[in-house]
Design a protein around this ligand. Structure first.
Ligand SMILES: C[C@@H]1N[C@@H](C(=O)NCc2ccccc2)[C@H](O)[C@@H]1O
Length: 448
């Protein structure tokens, strides 16, 4: 065991209402919006296949040239009410918006930099109407904030000299000032999604990130901060040198999902792109674009392992939403309308995973949701229950797709026979579990 002075600020599994709401939300909308949406993956007529919000890096654009984009930023079609209504239609219960990405451009008028929305043709604060619109829609607002800042003269990747250290001290003060400003200007914000914290300079600032987390939580009690914000004084990130999570949920799951129950120890969230790797708007998506069904299945997998799923949108420079993303709003929204109760407030059900899909359960409920993503060729869904549990009842959630029958095939082992079922989307079957072996559903057919 190492002596860690600047490790966790809050307990690993907070039980306060704000954190309980974070867990209950389960499904969030990520929004990456900034100057990078203007070039949208192209620079001087050349196509860059890398992530569009990193175009400055791929095209090796000097900052004074990149910063000129601010002179063009004028999103006439920006309508946060429309964005909020789409998010609500999709069934997202929280949103995470990039207030400042690695480029350093701020969507709000910050008193600590001139590289912000006030120095664009648009001029007005983009954040205030966004927060109001989403809160009005009943959606919790979180701010993404990149520590890494390509614009700020005092940013340093590493602290190699006394000059570096002095510059980075100024940068840390700037960072603390901006974060305090965001909390003071937008007090209904529920939390922060930190990014851009992988460089040596931040890994050498464990005590600072510890004190910054404390400071922010003093400014706003209940604030929720992701593990990616933190390093400890030994340079360990997300988890301190003794393996204790720092921050309120593990946020290392970027474009990848966990595959086993080892994640259950902490709250966690996976963030996901629709194409293989684009967060900011790119004019031409290359390669595989995930279908609504694929994304629904990812969301279900997260819920089944007690985690949140954060699906990314990249609005265009004018504030409009691309076709592919509008389709997701509609398709995922339809699914959530029917089956959202298998996601919201739900978590790991404690049952052995089966090939046909996922179990989810609202903690404490007798009802287990079986989310079927792969219908077996024998049309039978295998269930293996712990020895003291039996199936008391079973039925489709929502619209019945066929006549279900239950067969006991072994010790606490069952098949639910689907019969003839035709569907294009995952569907849900609810089972009621009981601990006494009464008419455990087997005799259900006898009643009808
Ligand atoms: C949430 C995403 N994180 C940003 C990113 O830079 N990811 C790439 C990356 C991930 C891990 C280590 C270094 C770089 C992307 O631009 C998105 O904002």
């Amino acid at each position: 065991k190492k002596e860690v002075q600047y490790g966790p600020v809050s307990p690993e599994k907070r039980t306060d209402p704000a954190m309980e709401k974070w867990r209950d939300n389960r499904f969030g909308q990520f929004i990456h919006w900034g100057l990078y949406a203007i070039p949208a993956g192209y620079w001087k007529g050349k196509y860059y296949k890398g992530a569009a919000e990193w175009l400055k890096s791929w095209a090796k654009v000097p900052m004074n040239e990149w910063a000129k984009l601010a002179e063009e930023f004028n999103p006439e079609q920006y309508d946060p009410e429309e964005w909020a209504s789409m998010a609500k239609q999709m069934g997202a219960r929280y949103v995470v918006l990039t207030t400042k990405h690695h480029e350093g451009f701020c969507l709000w008028p910050s008193q600590y930099t001139d590289f912000d929305i006030s120095n664009t043709p648009y001029q007005k604060d983009l954040l205030k109407p966004f927060v109001e619109a989403y809160n009005k829609a009943g959606i919790d607002v979180y701010f993404y904030y990149s520590v890494l800042d390509w614009y700020h003269p005092d940013w340093r990747y590493a602290l190699k000299s006394e000059e570096d250290k002095q510059a980075f001290e100024r940068f840390k003060t700037f960072t603390k000032n901006q974060l305090s400003e965001l909390i003071e200007r937008y007090p209904s914000v529920k939390g922060f999604w930190f990014d851009g914290t992988w460089d040596a300079s931040w890994k050498a600032s464990g005590q600072f990130s510890y004190e910054l987390e404390k400071h922010m939580k003093q400014l706003k009690p209940g604030l929720i901060i992701n593990s990616r914000m933190r390093a400890d004084e030994w340079g360990s990130r997300h988890f301190d040198s003794n393996g204790q999570m720092m921050g309120d949920y593990a946020s290392g799951w970027e474009r990848k999902l966990p595959t086993d129950t080892s994640v259950l120890h902490n709250d966690w969230e996976a963030c996901m792109t629709v194409p293989e790797n684009q967060w900011g708007y790119h004019k031409n998506w290359e390669g595989h674009v995930k279908t609504p069904t694929e994304l629904i299945e990812m969301m279900v997998r997260c819920t089944a392992l007690s985690g949140n799923f954060l699906l990314n949108f990249g609005p265009k420079e004018d504030g409009s939403i691309r076709e592919e993303e509008q389709l997701l709003v509609k398709e995922i929204g339809n699914w959530m309308e029917q089956y959202g109760n298998a996601i919201y407030n739900c978590a790991y059900a404690g049952l052995e995973k089966q090939d046909w899909g996922y179990f989810t359960r609202e903690p404490g409920s007798k009802t287990v949701n079986m989310v079927v993503c792969n219908i077996p060729v024998n049309k039978a869904l295998r269930i293996q229950l712990p020895k003291n549990l039996f199936i008391q009842h079973y039925e489709y959630m929502g619209k019945p797709l066929s006549k279900l029958t239950l067969e006991e095939i072994g010790k606490n082992e069952y098949f639910i026979h689907l019969g003839k079922v035709k569907t294009k989307q995952p569907f849900v079957i609810n089972i009621q579990l009981t601990s006494e072996k009464t008419d455990n559903g087997l005799y259900q057919k006898a009643k009808t």
